[in-house]
Design a protein around this ligand. Structure first.
Ligand code: DX5
Ligand code: ZN
Length: 220
């Protein structure tokens, strides 16, 4: 499977987002990762639906929307996404995750399921017909600049192993949180396919984004 890069826009300079999106396009970034939080499922609030729609208007880079929101089905129609985009909801935030994922797919959008560090990957077992991606959180979600959790490599390996066992070799694994080049290299070996790049690799003061993206790709 191709190794793809998803740039975490909450880590960009929010006063110059349009410029950052242009730079990310020039850097060959595959997805723009947008973190939507509700201050309840996670103790923070960052980007919102109007911003998702505004970014969609100014770029053809596919969006990778990560909803860290309780009962996300309430909000899936607030975003104007299409078949190139991924809308990802948390397993822990929705007791009816299956129905929510089916609703996302009915709207022609790619669906993703995200799991927190302590959530066993086996929980995806009966959702595989409804997902286009599995997001293995490599930190507890909510904040940039955290440290990779201790089980991140083992869990990524196990998730890949399980997906393959279930005949889902084509479902990519995304990893999110402290994806530095060093951690990216280890997680790539463990079976990760899509890498969310934030303050640990892509958005570094004084560093050119294209150079940072090229350096990251070189270690995969
Ligand atoms: C959480 C966020 C963060 C962040 C990643 O959902 O997606 O994990 O953007 O960036 P760093 O590299 O700061 O962990
Ligand atoms: Zn995220």
């Amino acid at each position: 499977m191709d190794k793809l890069l998803s740039a975490s826009l909450m880590c960009a300079n929010l006063t110059e987002l349009k410029k950052s999106v242009e730079e990310l396009k020039n850097a060959g970034i595959d997805y723009l990762h947008l973190d939507i939080m509700d201050g309840s499922f996670v103790p923070n609030i960052t980007l919102g639906f109007d911003l998702v729609n505004a970014i969609k208007e100014i770029t053809d880079i596919p969006l990778d929307v990560h909803m860290m929101v309780n009962d996300p089905s309430r909000f899936i129609d607030r975003m104007k996404l299409d078949k190139s985009d991924i809308l990802c909801v948390h397993y822990e935030a929705d007791i009816h995750a299956q129905r929510t994922l089916a609703q996302i797919k009915e709207r022609g959008i790619k669906a993703g399921i995200a799991i927190n560090p302590q959530t066993p990957p086996e929980c995806i077992r009966y959702l595989t017909d409804y997902i286009d991606m599995a997001l293995v959180m490599t930190v507890s979600p909510g904040f940039a600049g955290q440290k990779l959790f201790a089980g991140a490599e083992t869990k990524t390996c196990r998730t890949r192993e399980l997906l393959n066992e279930w005949g889902c070799e084509k479902i990519p694994i995304e990893v999110d949180g402290n994806i530095s080049p060093e951690n990216g290299k280890k997680l790539s070996k463990s079976g990760a396919d899509i890498f969310v790049l934030g303050t640990s690799s892509l958005f570094i003061k004084g560093k050119d984004m294209k150079q940072a993206a090229d350096e990251f790709r070189a270690v995969l």
